[in-house]
Design a protein around this ligand. Structure first.
Ligand SMILES: [Zn+2]
Length: 299
């Protein structure tokens, strides 16, 4: 970035300018569902902005749970500001207004927050460990604007974690992404040479398609389902279970965390933050509290 800002044409296009100082970004931050008045924050370098977003407790005085919410909102805002900048530079489509981009950010934030709140409600069915001698792989996926992040968690009959895997894929449909998560679970289990396995997910269409491949209604699932079928001879006993979304919550949280950090591959349990894992096998999840206004909104 060494040219003039394509948005305001009033300044050099630096990282700090694009995300925070450009009038376009300034309007967005002021109109977020929990606004931030950039003008009230002393000028800082890009690494200092990242530090502020990652540690808002220290820099903005938020309590730890509000700090998580702020970090999420700020990460979504940065993602959308960058995406709309690239649309402006590389697409011939008319540029989105800052108000439209803000509405998109607020919608996404609300969707993520609601997903967390849903998990706070009493669970309809808790995760059940596999019987002794068996292991269970739960699979799920989180989807962002540009990619999907399948996850697979592998636990034994004592509820102990054995392995956690995440992957990064493109996006086709939700069913396609959930099928990719099933393939991640099955291929990971085949590599581990485990004999008796239960695979469990909350996508009924995927589970039904694996059980009866000819019934697959979606053409884009067929190749993934047939790849799963090819791996089944690696197991001496294999079961595919449909489960309620509530009992798949931890797997979804890990997929969400992977999408948030953009990380994929085998994940050591020590690499996963406690706020992700504290949703235990019985569906308990830490609340995401409402975020107070930060700075002085100018509306
Ligand atoms: Zn600008």
């Amino acid at each position: 970035m060494d040219s003039v800002c394509p948005r305001c044409h009033g300044s050099q296009e630096s990282i700090v300018h694009v995300f925070f100082e450009c009038p376009f970004a300034n309007i967005i931050w002021r109109h977020l569902s929990h606004p931030l008045n950039i003008d009230n924050i002393p000028p800082r370098l890009a690494p200092e902005w990242i530090e502020l977003i990652l540690n808002p407790s220290t820099h903005l005085g938020l309590n730890p749970q509000d700090a998580h919410a702020f970090t999420l909102l700020a990460a979504i805002a940065c993602d959308r500001i960058w995406w709309s900048r690239n649309k402006l530079v590389f697409d011939s489509s008319p540029p989105a207004s800052p108000i439209d981009v803000t509405a998109d950010i607020n919608r996404s934030f609300s969707a993520y927050s609601n997903a967390w709140k849903l998990k706070m409600q009493p669970t309809i069915s808790a995760w059940e460990p596999p019987p002794p001698g068996w292991v269970k792989f739960n699979f799920d996926v989180a989807i962002t604007l540009s990619a999907s992040f399948p996850s697979a968690i592998f636990r034994d009959s004592n509820r102990h974690f054995i392995s956690i895997f995440t992957a990064k894929e493109s996006i086709s449909s939700l069913a396609w992404a959930k099928a990719k998560a099933a393939l991640l679970a099955v291929s990971s289990a085949a590599n581990l040479q485990l004999p008796s396995i239960i695979f469990e997910g909350d996508a009924k269409i995927v589970i039904d398609s694996i059980k009866a491949p000819s019934s697959t209604p979606f053409w884009d699932l067929r190749l993934i389902i047939s790849n799963i079928q090819l791996l089944l001879p690696y197991f001496s006993q294999v079961v595919f279970n449909f489960c309620h979304r509530a009992s798949n919550g931890l797997t979804h949280s890990i997929a969400f965390w992977a999408s948030f950090c953009s990380t994929w591959g085998p994940q050591p349990i020590s690499s996963i933050p406690s706020w992700v894992l504290c949703e235990d096998s019985d569906g308990q999840v830490p609340p995401l509290l409402s975020l107070p206004s930060v700075g002085l909104p100018d509306q």
